[in-house]
Design a protein around this ligand. Structure first.
Ligand SMILES: Nc1ncnc2c1ncn2[C@@H]1O[C@H](COP(=O)(O)OP(=O)(O)OP(=O)(O)O)[C@@H](O)[C@H]1O
Ligand SMILES: [Mg+2]
Length: 163
């Protein structure tokens, strides 16, 4: 896949089940690897994506772990979009709830036992936020710095030093 395109993107929809975050991670890893954003940015983006997907499932998935789920059983879904811009990755996670996410006030304390996922997202991402799309529900998004795709292309084009 050419990294020279100004913007590249990928979308997936999954049932809001406890298995969703790891599947989102696998999907994200495949997409981000194809776009060659660099290992550190890839790991950070996957971590942020996992936190957002886990929150979306927690908020809209079944309260009790479903046993013997039938294939026709209705379930909420979560949707994920990953985009690569020139020097950042943007992850967006949609869920059906209109409840706004908010960092737990106690999350900053070192020995905090309250949720820290969004606090971590705030530390790792350049920006994060949420918006309400016309279809309902909400999208929680985060933007993570990457090596600019143009710089990556130049780096890869440079002759490798001989050791
Ligand atoms: N997608 C979401 N929809 C509605 N509320 C959310 C969503 N994401 C987060 N929240 C709210 O924001 C709070 C903080 O989220 P955060 O991820 O920081 O902590 P947590 O999920 O409770 O715990 P942890 O991530 O450490 O397991 C949540 O407890 C929840 O109330
Ligand atoms: Mg969380």
């Amino acid at each position: 896949m050419s990294p020279s395109a100004a913007e590249l993107g990928s979308v997936i929809q999954l049932p809001a089940l406890p298995t969703a975050p790891s599947m989102v991670r696998a999907f994200g890893a495949a997409a981000l690897r194809a776009w060659q954003i660099g290992t550190e940015a890839l790991d950070t983006t996957l971590l942020v994506l996992s936190e957002l997907a886990t929150n979306a499932v927690k908020e809209t998935g079944p309260a009790i772990r479903p046993e013997g789920l039938l294939p026709h059983e209705p379930l909420e879904v979560v949707r994920v979009r990953i985009r690569i811009l020139r020097s950042s990755a943007v992850v967006e996670v949609w869920d059906a709830s209109t409840v706004a996410p908010s960092v737990n006030p106690g999350a900053l304390e070192a020995d905090s036992e309250v949720g820290r996922g969004l606090f971590l997202v705030g530390e790792l991402a350049e920006q994060w936020g949420y918006y309400y799309p016309a279809v309902g529900g909400k999208v929680v998004w985060a933007q993570i710095a990457t090596i600019p795709t143009t710089a990556l292309a130049q780096r890869d084009a440079r002759p490798k030093p001989r050791i």
